[in-house]
Design a protein around this ligand. Structure first.
Ligand code: SF4
Ligand code: SF4
Length: 445
């Protein structure tokens, strides 16, 4: 059944800018000549290398072993020779230990990865093990290990699973294309996730600026009479795809401050993660490639590409015709929450949903001015925080008070900065403030 447009309190509506790439069919990027696979592409402990320089590796072979429960392995995304294991620039910042593979051009698979039509017969434990072994971490950008999310404590019952196809970040269209081109796989991924959690109700949540995807899922779900799955059209508003906002919009439950979706019986997974789960369970295929939107006024031919993990940004950009003469800023992810890049040797990682390239006009940030107490930031904050006050507390290094005013609940969505007439860069301040609060809360060693 259709739902009326659902949403949440607060938020903003920046220009969508999806038209650069929303009708571009996913194109397979040519096999890279070399890849750089960071051992940390997820939240949690980095993987540990299990290959050495000079080793021959095959596509899909595990090359990094997960270390501890909150960690995932990583795999060779091409076949070839391990050339180096050393720290390399990472798209979310800093240098991270990475494995460089020089390709042999043959893409020799480490095993068959054949489709098993009886994949649903697997036990829940087998499924979780296969998801871990495939190295899956949230593909919407959060990169939290999926097997961990699927293992809530015994006292938490999940009755609602939400597939997040909102893709509310301006410019990005990788999830939209995935939904249009792989809807059956995504629905099967949802079924697998529901089985693992013994969850009776599934939702596929899509912003209404993707009417083709909504119609397609609606038809598929209706035709197959899957009455336990609902397709929900959401109001187009940023950050509609944030977990707590999705839960509020769809089942009207409030995740408590400092709490998790599981505290209100919910779990949210990205549509790309559902597709990766389907591949892992039905073919034992590890996560070695993903769809990346390459877009913005600074790229000559915006596209959605299927890129092997570890492909340098430069190669992806070259495949899209290269940068325009006025290209000024390259962002890993969308313009609201993404991170500016200064080295095009950084690789595509599991969380790279897009590479957005702004031109000079779009990239200029005016100098911040003093706060005029207009409270627009307060109205826009989807978490009900007071960004103006929090910013002042952090500037004055009053971290204890910032903690009392729930700075840790900030999801760094940037809505406050977006509406601020004084162009105050709240998110920079809040990242800094949250780091200090986390240090304060850490038990002394
Ligand atoms: S305070 Fe945090 S959660 Fe609220 S609008 Fe600003 S960045 Fe978003
Ligand atoms: S929107 Fe900007 S100027 Fe207005 S109250 Fe918030 S921080 Fe101050």
């Amino acid at each position: 059944m259709w739902f009326k447009s659902k949403s949440f309190k607060g938020g903003v509506h920046p220009p969508e800018n999806k038209a650069f790439s929303d009708n571009k069919v996913i194109e397979k990027l040519p096999l890279p000549e070399r890849v750089v696979i960071p051992l940390a592409q997820h939240i949690g402990a980095p993987a540990e290398p299990i290959v050495s320089v000079g080793d021959e590796v095959k596509t899909g072979q595990k090359i990094g072993q997960s270390k501890g429960f909150v960690s995932v392995p990583c795999h060779a995304s091409i076949s070839g020779i391990v050339k180096k294991i050393e720290p390399r620039p990472h798209p979310v910042g800093g240098d991270v230990l990475a494995i460089e593979i020089e390709g042999d051009g043959n893409d020799i698979m480490s095993q068959d990865f054949d489709f098993n039509p009886d994949y649903m017969v697997q036990s829940v434990d087998e499924m979780k093990e296969n998801i871990l072994e495939a190295g899956i971490a949230g593909m919407g950008g959060a990169t939290f290990p999926t097997h961990v999310k699927l293992s809530p404590p015994p006292d938490k019952t999940i009755d609602t699973l939400i597939l997040n196809g909102a893709e509310c970040e301006p410019f990005l269209t990788s999830d939209a294309r995935l939904m249009i081109e792989f809807p059956k796989e995504i629905i099967e991924g949802l079924r697998i996730l529901m089985k693992i959690l013994n969850c009776k109700r599934g939702y596929i949540a899509i912003e209404k600026n993707k009417p083709n995807a909504i119609s397609l899922f609606h038809k598929l779900i209706n035709d197959s009479k899957q009455s336990d799955i609902n397709v929900v059209g959401l109001k187009v508003k940023y950050p509609q795809g944030a977990e707590k906002q999705l839960i509020k919009a769809i089942v009207n439950r409030n995740v408590p401050a400092g709490g998790l979706p599981m505290d209100v019986g919910c779990l949210v997974q990205n549509v790309g993660t559902a597709k990766a789960v389907y591949d892992a369970i039905s073919k034992k295929l590890p996560l070695i490639e993903r769809v990346v939107t390459v877009t913005g006024k600074g790229i000559k031919e915006p596209k959605n590409v299927l890129a092997r993990i570890g492909t340098p940004f430069q190669q992806v950009i070259d495949f899209c015709g290269g940068l325009t003469d006025d290209a000024a800023k390259i962002i890993n992810g969308g313009p609201m929450m993404g991170i500016a890049q200064f080295d095009l040797e950084v690789p595509v990682i599991k969380g790279t949903s897009g590479i957005v390239i702004l031109n000079t006009k779009q990239a200029i940030l005016p100098q911040p001015q003093p706060c005029i107490s207009c409270a627009r930031c307060v109205d826009s904050c989807p978490m009900g925080l007071m960004p103006n006050y929090l910013a002042t507390l952090v500037e004055n290094q009053k971290f204890e008070q910032a903690k009392e005013f729930n700075i840790k609940d900030c999801i760094e969505c940037g809505s406050c900065s977006y509406v601020c007439p004084s162009k105050i860069r709240h998110v920079h301040l809040f990242k800094f403030g949250k780091m200090h609060v986390a240090k304060m809360m850490k038990p002394a060693a």
